[in-house]
Design a protein around this ligand. Structure first.
Ligand SMILES: NC(=O)c1ccc[n+]([C@@H]2O[C@H](COP(=O)([O-])OP(=O)(O)OC[C@H]3O[C@@H](n4cnc5c(N)ncnc54)[C@H](OP(=O)(O)O)[C@@H]3O)[C@@H](O)[C@H]2O)c1
Length: 270
């Protein structure tokens, strides 16, 4: 069965997903619908840029589609769910990307439906997102695969239980910010040693990109890759020793847990 994909919201995340989907050609432009609460300026821009179907009647979005990606801010999602409940049919699969809103919260407001909670991160904008996909028990394997295929179009998607969502926030959702800090610090060090600011960011970001690819593509343990580049009495082991003396790894572990804890707390507050 061919699906018809709907987006509720036309903001940054919706556009990142739409861009990946349109570029991949797995769905025709006539099979992708986007709704926004007002036409100008965003919906108009999205319609023009991607040539997909723009709708300003939310009922129409649900009439035209069977997979609906809910891409509004968490507070807005909680406001709209009781309203869109009236439009939901058995075939609808809801995919929420709202941070901090659980499947149970969504089900309490919509009734028992097929629901997937997805957690992408901002590198979606450059087709390098990491997204967790957590379905409830009524979503079929085929439907899960449909959603994984969509999110794989602008990065990588993996199915995990919703129970580990706090860890996902810590390790990928919030992680781009820590990596930006690391890149900035790398570049600052290089500037202190005489490299120009522009060159320093270029060298630092490419070094991080390359190292990440080494981990992702060689399948080697990060420690093995580290061992491969630390020659006896060399420059790299001197830097590694300095980082270890500053509790680098413990600091990063604590940061991941701080993000996870914060997400846990925020989910309880809702
Ligand atoms: N950005 C990220 O890195 C990231 C990562 C993971 C998850 N998320 C989640 O993705 C969701 C969307 O984030 P975003 O960054 O794409 O936000 P965004 O750019 O602000 O987009 C939000 C969309 O919601 C629309 N909207 C605003 N008020 C509305 C209302 N009252 N009724 C209906 N629609 C309304 C906005 O339309 P107008 O602009 O026309 O008002 C816009 O199209 C959030 O739940 C966030 O938690 C984001």
């Amino acid at each position: 069965m061919r699906h018809r994909i709907g987006f509720y919201g036309a903001g940054n995340m919706a556009q990142a997903i739409i861009a990946g989907l349109v570029a991949s050609n797995i769905y025709k432009k006539e099979e992708i619908f986007v709704y926004n609460h007002r036409y100008e300026p965003t919906l108009q821009e999205v319609e023009k840029k991607y040539g997909i179907q723009a709708v300003i009647d939310e009922k129409e979005l649900f009439e035209q589609t069977d997979v609906v990606i809910l891409a509004v801010k968490p507070a807005i999602l909680l406001q709209i769910l009781p309203r869109i409940k009236a439009y939901l049919q058995e075939e609808h699969l809801l995919v929420s990307i709202a941070a901090g809103i659980s499947i149970q919260q969504i089900a309490e407001l919509t009734g028992p439906h097929k629901i997937i909670r997805a957690m992408p991160n901002t590198p979606a904008m450059v087709n390098e997102a990491m997204t967790s996909i957590s379905p409830n028990e009524v979503v079929s394997d085929k439907q899960i695969q449909t959603v994984v295929d969509i999110f794989n179009k602008f990065g990588k998607a993996k199915v995990v239980s919703e129970e580990v969502i706090d860890a996902v926030v810590g390790v990928s959702g919030s992680a781009p910010a820590y990596v930006y800090l690391f890149i900035e610090a790398l570049a600052d060090g290089a500037v202190a040693e005489g490299l120009s600011r522009g060159d320093a960011y270029e060298f630092a970001s490419q070094a991080v990109l390359g190292a990440a690819k080494m981990v992702a593509e060689t399948g080697k343990h990060p420690a093995e890759l580290k061992d491969m580049v630390t020659s006896p009495k060399g420059t790299t082991i001197a830097a590694v020793q300095s980082l270890e003396e500053s509790n680098f790894r413990a600091s990063v572990m604590k940061a991941v847990q701080a993000a996870a804890n914060k997400n846990r707390e925020m989910s309880k507050e809702d």
